[in-house]
Design a protein around this ligand. Structure first.
Ligand SMILES: Nc1ncnc2c1ncn2[C@@H]1O[C@H](COP(=O)(O)OP(=O)(O)OP(=O)(O)O)[C@@H](O)[C@H]1O
Length: 289
């Protein structure tokens, strides 16, 4: 049961959530020292090294490197086509990069996903909102990784879902079909899915597109409280208006990392120009090298 519109990612529901001790699904591969699932804090929350992604002739990312530590909300800022979704898909293990390496809490991207450590909120356009599934069922998808093949929720799954719905303020909407929520409520439902999952790294692709001021505030507050609990949040935005409200720091992306700094620093015109200004290397597009 995938909500995501027709890609091969439908084969598996979008990354469910993390793992309370003792109920971690996914079989640990031989984990190097310091990579054991029970002690992921020892590694950076996210480490991206020399990442390049292309689609045929189109170079979406080139030699992208950065680290994220926990307890932080970091914005990924760039114009349309700058590679934000490609980065999320590579970090989630959904697409295979041409080159480079992604480590999530010291694990490979694929293993982190299987271990329910990565929560992903796709762009709205990537979701089939007509899919006959309730808000509660969407959030329950965050628990799939803890269930057996029959996906029968146990008491702790139901409790985790109820708590997540409560936290995002959607308890009273739990039985509504997901498409019958407002834009901001839909985003909160997907956030609840990652909360129920217990994800340690949250990847949010344009979560504020089409969201009003009140919902933006609510989502920003939720993200901050999750970060305070040790969750690492990477959130893509292509509008600068909400940046300072959302994130403490930002990475400017234009196929490669062109600048990184505090939200205040990144908003300086000379830095924004690196990501949004006219440039021979503008945005994404055909490799010109
Ligand atoms: N499946 C695909 N096939 C071919 N090209 C693709 C594919 N997905 C993305 N691209 C191209 O890769 C580049 C980066 O796209 P990506 O979606 O990662 O950017 P983005 O920053 O998320 O854009 P937006 O802000 O518009 O969502 C763009 O030139 C895009 O056209």
């Amino acid at each position: 049961m995938g909500l995501r519109r027709g890609t091969d990612r439908d084969a598996e529901p979008l990354p469910p959530g993390t793992t309370p001790a003792g109920e971690r699904p996914g079989q640990p591969e031989e984990a190097p020292a310091g990579e054991r699932a029970g002690r992921p804090e020892e590694a950076p929350a996210l480490s991206v090294r020399g990442l390049s992604v292309s689609y045929g002739e189109v170079a979406a990312l080139r030699d992208v490197s950065f680290d994220l530590t926990s307890h932080r909300v970091t914005a990924l800022l760039g114009m349309n086509g700058s590679g934000k979704s490609s980065l999320f898909n590579a970090v989630s293990g959904f697409i295979r990069p041409d080159a480079g390496e992604v480590r999530v809490l010291g694990m490979s991207a694929a293993r982190a996903r299987r271990s329910n450590l990565v929560g992903y909120m796709p762009q709205s356009e990537a979701v089939d909102w007509g899919f006959p599934i309730s808000v509660r069922e969407v959030v329950m998808m965050g628990r799939y990784g803890y269930m057996g093949p029959g996906r029968h929720p146990r008491r702790q799954d139901r409790e985790a879902v109820a708590a997540a719905l409560e936290r995002v303020g959607l308890t009273e909407f739990a039985h509504r079909q997901i498409g019958q929520l407002s834009g901001g409520q839909r985003k909160r439902a997907f956030l609840a899915r990652s909360i129920a999952q217990g994800a340690r790294l949250l990847l949010l692709d344009e979560p504020l597109a089409g969201v009003d001021r009140v919902s933006t505030r609510t989502i920003a507050d939720l993200l901050k409280s999750l970060a305070a609990e040790g969750v690492t949040v990477l959130i893509s935005v292509h509008e600068i208006g909400t940046l300072a409200e959302l994130a403490e720091e930002a990475i400017l992306l234009r196929r490669r990392v062109v600048y990184r700094g505090t939200a205040e620093d990144v908003l300086k015109p000379e830095h924004l120009a690196l990501a949004f200004g006219d440039d021979a290397d503008a945005g994404a597009g055909t490799e010109e090298e």
